[in-house]
Design a protein around this ligand. Structure first.
Ligand code: SF4
Length: 263
């Protein structure tokens, strides 16, 4: 697609998108479902009427993840309520995910204080340093995630088929080697890609941050989300985590180029 759409083409596309959006994502070569979701998320992030654009975009992609992971993959996972071995590792988020988490904990002063204190310790650690630092996520409350339904996409998609591997890695400093169902990993990658494509097309910064550091930056500033949506880099002092690998970046670029003329 290289030219802008005509009005009838746009109407047809909207009709097709409306049929696609409620369905699970099927992992194949057809770019249209991904494009439909990317378009929708750009509208969620950019809608002048939206009161909670970040939450809307995150909820959309999280619900898509949930309905797209095959039941067979979910049956394989060993994760259970009250199991929080993995909640010491680094959580990587896009800005909308950080704003959404901030909105859920903002009215809990003890959690906010714990996040700010954790950020001082976790904000500059690498992925591997964080793994051995054994610092519990401040959102964890008696082995339960206090923002479970609204937790970041990475937490949503981080599942294990082997509890012993989690204990060896997270409790005994073993080599990180957590087995995950391949279908879950594929859907997680697709959903991560959607968020980054949508941010890029919305003209917003498509990078990722460590969760505590991003939250501390949000709590330190008035109206951080509104200012970020207007283009201000409210995360200027937060370390940007490693960019996606080249193939992933190429897939993001291709999808963004495919969707851009249809916006
Ligand atoms: S946000 Fe929730 S699921 Fe994610 S690391 Fe923290 S406590 Fe665990």
């Amino acid at each position: 697609m290289s030219d802008r759409l005509s009005r009838p083409e746009r109407r047809n596309l909207q009709r097709d998108d409306a049929a696609i959006l409620p369905k699970p994502l099927v992992m194949n070569q057809d770019p249209r479902p991904m494009a439909a979701h990317a378009r929708h998320m750009v509208h969620l992030l950019r809608s002048p009427q939206a009161k909670t654009p970040s939450a809307d975009a995150v909820n959309h992609v999280t619900a898509l993840f949930d309905r797209s992971v095959p039941a067979q993959a979910n049956k394989m996972i060993a994760c259970r309520k009250g199991c929080a071995h993995c909640c010491t590792q680094m959580v990587i988020v896009t800005a909308p995910e950080a704003f959404y988490v901030a909105s859920q904990v903002r009215k809990k002063p003890a959690t906010v204080a714990a996040i700010i204190s954790a950020a001082e310790r976790t904000g500059k650690l690498s992925l591997n340093e964080r793994l051995t630092a054994n610092i519990m996520c401040p959102m964890l409350d008696e082995e339960l995630c206090s923002i479970y339904t609204g937790r970041p996409l990475g937490c949503h998609g981080f599942v294990s088929t082997n509890l012993d591997a989690c204990i060896a890695t997270f409790n005994h400093g073993g080599k990180p080697d957590i087995p995950m169902p391949s279908d879950t990993v594929q859907v997680l990658y697709a959903c991560r890609m959607l968020m980054l494509v949508a941010l890029r097309l919305a003209g917003l910064r498509d990078v990722v941050y460590e969760l505590n550091a991003a939250l501390a930056a949000i709590f330190a500033q008035e109206n951080a989300e509104a200012r970020w949506l207007k283009g201000e880099d409210v995360f200027a002092d937060v370390k940007v985590e490693a960019p996606p690998p080249p193939q992933f970046e190429q897939a993001i670029r291709q999808m963004a180029a495919y969707v851009a003329p249809t916006l």
